[in-house]
Structure formats: structure tokens, C-alpha cells
Design a protein around this ligand. Structure first.
Ligand code: R5P
Length: 292
């Protein structure tokens, strides 16, 4: 197997190749003056097994087109097996048709990836397993929740509690796992989203957090409102320090300011979305999954 890093995840591609001890394939990419994407493999790939690494953070449609071009070309040129590692699988929050007439966009992405010839898919902390269950090719979810919790735990925490800012199935699974990794307790809050306005409301509940350090673990920070709401509730209830370990830091607009002003000491994410807060790499996760 050989690794190719797409334009959104060049550095991660290098880390994945290193973690797996595999060769990194060279490719050439550019944008034409009108914005169209150009892609070329610089080495022969006929008969090769390829692992394509490309995360779909914003601008997600551009990154998706890049991934489609890389996958289509690999199939067209005769690669023997194409495995995709897409740490952030964009559109996974559109996991159901919540309102009549809506596009089930997560399934459109599935059609496109399968249509251009992907043979298998790995992602990290997918928002909903329903998205992966619709795939006809093998599609696997990995989690960074344990490593995110360990990042904070290694610095010494007071009687830590791991908290999910909502009680969706995947959110609970993540905190249960993170709590197991650092041998802590876990709990969750309840959150509701208005399907028309997107507004969210988080409900306070009895939580034993007075004087304790809390790590909020979640899959995505986009506007920051989910994390900020949870942090505000925790601080009001007397939590000592509140941290946030969130896999995909999309951080739109003033998300970070909002979260910090709600009392979060530190936000840490993964290199699924590269940035200054990406302190945990997802490379060991795919290395472990492919080479246990
Ligand atoms: C949704 O339920 C997810 O798990 C995240 O909590 C959510 O997408 C975060 O979005 P935002 O930062 O905009 O509140």
C-alpha cells in the first residue's frame, strides 16, 4: 500500500505514511485562474493499493471535488484498491431528512465517493453512524476521544469529569470511551436544536461538578454555541477548570471567543482540521486500524 496526501491534508498524509512505514506518492495539484482544480499523479499507480488522505473541512465542497478527482484518477489509472481516510467527513450532520424535501446530503457524498471507485472508507468521530451504515463499501469510524481526554489528563486534573454537551448516541459513546481511557466519570447534558432556525438550547441538570475539573468532549465545534452553553452551565454549577477536547475544530466566526468567554480554559482538537489548536494527531488511529 502507498499513501497519497490530498491538498487539504498534505501534512497529515506525511504523518500517516510515517506511522504506517509506507511510501508517500507524489502528486501535482493546482487551481486554474477560473478556480477549476487540476490533479496529476507523478508516479505510476497501476496495480497499486492506495490510501488517500483528505479531510473535508471548509471549504468542504472544494475539498470534496479534490478528493473525487484523486479517487477517480486512481481508479481510472488502474489502482488495485483505493482506501479513503477522510478524518472529517463533511455533511455527516445531515444524517436524516429532518424536513420534507430536504437533500440527504451525507448520502449524496456516499454516492459520489462510491461512484468514483472508492473501495473502503475510514473516518474519525463521525457525527452519526447512520451515515456510515448507508455505505455499500466497508466504512469504519475511529475515535480520537481517548487521546483528547489523555491530553488534558496528562497535565494533572482535579477529580475529572468527562462531559458530553448533548445526549446523542455517538456523544455518549465518545464520553464513555474517553472516561474509560483516563479512568474518570462521565455525564452528559441535554441539547435541542430548532430545525428551522438552527438555534440550540442546552438544559441544565443535576451534575456533581463543584470543585472538579471538567473536560467537554465533542465531535465538532462550528459556531461554538454548543461548547459555550455547556461551559456556562458547568461554571454556574461551580466546576473548577473547564476544558474542551473536540475532534474537528471548524471554529467559524467568533466561536473561540464565545467559548473562552464562557469560561473554557483551553480548547484542543486534532489535525483532522489543521490549525494552531490541533495538538492530537489522527495518524496513529488509522495506523492502528490498518496495521493492528
Ligand atoms: C451536534 O450535535 C454536534 O455534536 C456538535 O455539538 C455541534 O455540531 C457543534 O456545533 P456548534 O459549535 O455550532 O454548536
Amino acid at each position: 500500500m502507498k499513501v497519497v496526501g490530498g491538498p487539504s491534508s498534505m501534512e497529515l498524509g506525511r504523518r500517516v505514511a510515517e506511522a504506517l512505514g509506507l511510501e508517500l506518492i507524489e502528486a501535482s495539484t493546482k487551481r486554474f485562474p477560473d478556480g477549476e482544480f487540476y490533479f496529476r499523479y507523478l508516479q505510476p499507480i497501476a496495480g497499486e493499493e492506495l490510501l488517500i488522505v483528505q479531510s473535508l473541512y471548509p471549504p468542504q465542497d472544494e475539498h470534496l471535488m479534490e478528493l473525487l478527482a484523486m479517487t477517480y484518477t486512481a481508479r481510472d489509472l488502474g489502482a488495485s484498491k483505493i482506501t479513503l481516510f477522510i478524518p472529517y467527513l463533511a455533511y455527516s450532520r445531515q444524517d436524516e431528512r429532518y424536513l420534507d424535501g430536504e437533500c440527504l446530503t451525507s448520502d449524496l457524498v456516499r454516492h459520489l465517493l462510491e461512484g468514483v471507485g472508492a473501495d473502503a472508507l475510514y473516518t474519525v468521530d463521525v457525527h452519526s453512524m447512520k451515515v456510515l451504515e448507508r455505505y455499500r463499501i466497508p466504512a469504519y469510524n475511529l475515535t480520537a476521544a481517548g487521546e483528547l481526554a489523555r491530553y488534558f489528563a496528562d497535565r494533572g486534573l482535579k477529580d475529572p469529569l468527562i462531559l458530553a454537551p448533548d445526549d446523542e448516541e455517538m456523544a455518549l459513546e465518545r464520553v464513555r470511551y474517553a472516561a474509560e481511557v483516563i479512568e474518570a466519570e462521565y455525564d452528559s447534558l441535554k441539547k435541542e436544536r430548532d430545525r428551522y432556525t438552527g438555534e440550540i438550547k442546552t438544559y441544565a441538570k443535576e451534575l456533581s461538578v463543584r470543585g472538579r475539573d471538567v473536560i467537554i468532549i465533542d465531535d465538532i465545534i462550528s459556531t461554538g454555541r454548543t461548547t459555550a452553553n455547556a461551559a456556562r452551565i458547568l461554571k454556574e454549577m461551580g466546576a473548577a477548570r473547564v476544558y474542551a477536547g473536540v475532534t474537528h475544530l471548524l471554529l467559524r466566526g467568533n466561536a473561540l471567543e464565545l467559548i473562552k468567554s464562557a469560561g473554557v480554559e483551553e480548547v484542543v482538537g486534532t489535525d483532522s482540521v489543521p490549525g494552531s489548536l490541533s495538538r492530537v494527531s489522527v495518524a496513529p488511529l488509522i495506523a492502528e486500524a490498518l496495521n493492528p
